[in-house]
Design a protein around this ligand. Structure first.
Ligand code: 6PG
Length: 266
């Protein structure tokens, strides 16, 4: 059945402005969730734009630090590289260094994927943690209040890489995924039905090298094997895209406020 997706995009002039917009967005998502449900369960990705946004969020000289409802936050990961938590490639390490070491969050609010374990074990353990924390029954999916994604120049999002097993997974919440194209490595990732079930999904994309693929993902024909980012179609029908001018170069020009909209009917 065709599913209508509205893609709302906000174009910022450069990487710094994009990080600023992302920090603002993180705080707004958390504020909305806390106002509605008393807590904010947020899932985050790795990558350069989130890193800059995380540093802004934790910076006492910036306005977001005081606004973020830190004590009501539950932080989860969208994906992790299969390395120990102190490894330079670890998404957890990046987040800890950029934000968690400088922010008032307690260890029990932080739910990291255990990249140091055997990949299938790490995925199974994360799935159990999700089921327990979200009190899931049967085939229920967890609903994150906010879920932040990035996109690679090959069209991957989360650790759903082109032509890999994980893009076919419909049943499990979390899987191990072998990625030949990234140094033959393993990743652990949320599956796309879980991603799409989040209350708010936002995609952060910056840089010239993403312009072509972003256009293909959003406007091109459906080809999810080659462009797994096309699997992202949140259940609420809206995907928010925070993007810099370089990455948005091939999208329809935004309005005077830097805002654009696309509709997709598949
Ligand atoms: C990861 C990610 C991944 C990332 C994209 C974009 O662990 O690598 O979660 O999906 O979001 O590769 O990364 P950049 O923002 O650095 O381009």
């Amino acid at each position: 059945m065709p599913q209508k997706l509205k893609i709302v995009y906000y174009v910022e002039p450069d990487a710094q402005a994009l990080a600023t917009r992302a920090a603002e967005y993180f705080v707004e998502v958390a504020e909305r969730a806390v106002a509605a449900r008393g807590r904010a369960r947020i899932a985050i990705s790795g990558g350069s734009t989130p890193k800059a946004a995380f540093a802004l969020l934790a910076d006492p000289a910036q306005p977001w630090r005081a606004r973020m409802p830190w004590e009501k936050l539950d932080l989860w990961w969208v994906d992790e590289r299969c390395v120990p938590p102190d490894h330079p490639d670890s998404n957890y390490r990046m987040t800890r260094e950029a934000m968690l070491d400088h922010a008032p969050v307690r260890p029990e609010q932080i739910h990291r994927m255990e990249g140091e374990l055997e990949p299938e074990t790490a995925a199974a353990r994360y799935q159990s943690e999700l089921r327990k924390s979200f009190r899931l029954e049967g085939a229920e999916l967890p609903r994150f209040d906010g879920l932040a994604l990035g996109m690679g120049p090959d069209g991957h999002t989360a650790s759903l890489f082109p032509h890999t097993q994980a893009i076919h997974e419909l049943r499990r919440l979390v899987v191990a995924n072998h990625v030949e194209t990234v140094r033959d490595s393993w990743r652990v990732t949320l599956t796309w039905p879980v991603i799409n079930h989040a209350a708010e999904v936002f995609l952060l994309v910056g840089g010239e090298d993403k312009a072509q693929i972003l256009q293909e993902v959003l406007i091109g024909p459906r080809d999810v094997e080659r462009l797994p980012s096309q699997l992202i179609a949140p259940a609420n029908g809206i995907l928010s895209l925070l993007v810099d001018r370089a990455a948005a170069a091939l999208l329809p020009a935004p309005d005077a406020q830097g805002c654009g909209m696309l509709e997709r009917n598949w």
